[in-house]
Design a protein around this ligand. Sequence first.
Ligand code: G3P
Ligand code: CA
Length: 324
Amino acid sequence: MKLLRFSLLPILLAMLPTAPPWSVPASASVPSPDAAAGAFLVAHRGASAYAPEHTLAAYRLAMAQGADYVEQDLTLTKDGVLVCLHDDTLERTTDVEARFPDRAVTERGADGRPVKRWYADDFTLAEIKTLDAGSWFDARFAGERIVTLEEAIVLTKGKVGIFPELKSPARLNAREGVDVERAVADALTTQGLVGAQVKGRPAVYLQSFEEKSVRRLAEILPAVPRTFLIGDPKGAAKWLTPDGFREVKTFATAVSPARVLIEARPALVADAHAAGVAVVPYTFRQARGTGAPEREAAVAAMRRFVFDLQVDGLFTDNPDLFPR
Ligand code: G3P
Ligand code: CA
């Protein structure tokens, strides 16, 4: 299928009056991923199958394994520093419970029982930097730290792209004085990444599950491509349709559906491309501790999405398994 894809592309291009539709950005100045370069690899939380997510160890390994982009999920510390953390809270991936036992808030869990949470934005960067973000994954990674966005940029700049996701932006912005989209825009601008390229692709690709946040990013960072994450059937019914894609095109350059949503309706990839919207599904992985059959299944799934379904990129925990 790979040969077919590349052999047909020049013919298809010649039939079009302009560039292929999925290269047409939401904003005229936005560089889009080049379909001719093949699908791109986003290392999901770094090479998170092999190293603790969002640590320098995971990011370095992702780069060594050939990632085109390294993902950062972003939140803000109490003192307004962007840090790379998937959860709003610290207890799953650090030793915060042992180090700061009295700093939790108590909430109701899914089962109705009280549960303690340590929100990252209740802690300063100096406090967060004392936490061990590696031991939960494996003792070999003891002492890994939570990484700031700036540190992630310093590590990757000029070598691979970054793929920051704004996590819970509405919740953060509800705090007095917080403007997380502006904070991200300022960080990228300061680092000279707006409009920059790495190996022929945009150096930054932004993402969020929150429509309002993606729309705001389109306004304040029109030169940076951005993908709208869709995680459930309700979102799919609203957005992953020809009409939905036409609306998405007004504020995003791509959609990122959970892969099961594409498995349920593979034709949505062609519908998105017809509307000029790229498709970058998540997440492909071989579960930790599993063997050769699971590894082969992960490779086969990625091959199907890249070469048969023709997605523009995908997120994986296993960059070494990405098909080229
Ligand atoms: O951002 C794409 C994918 O990472 C979304 O899922 O929960 O891992 O951030 P999550
Ligand atoms: Ca993410």
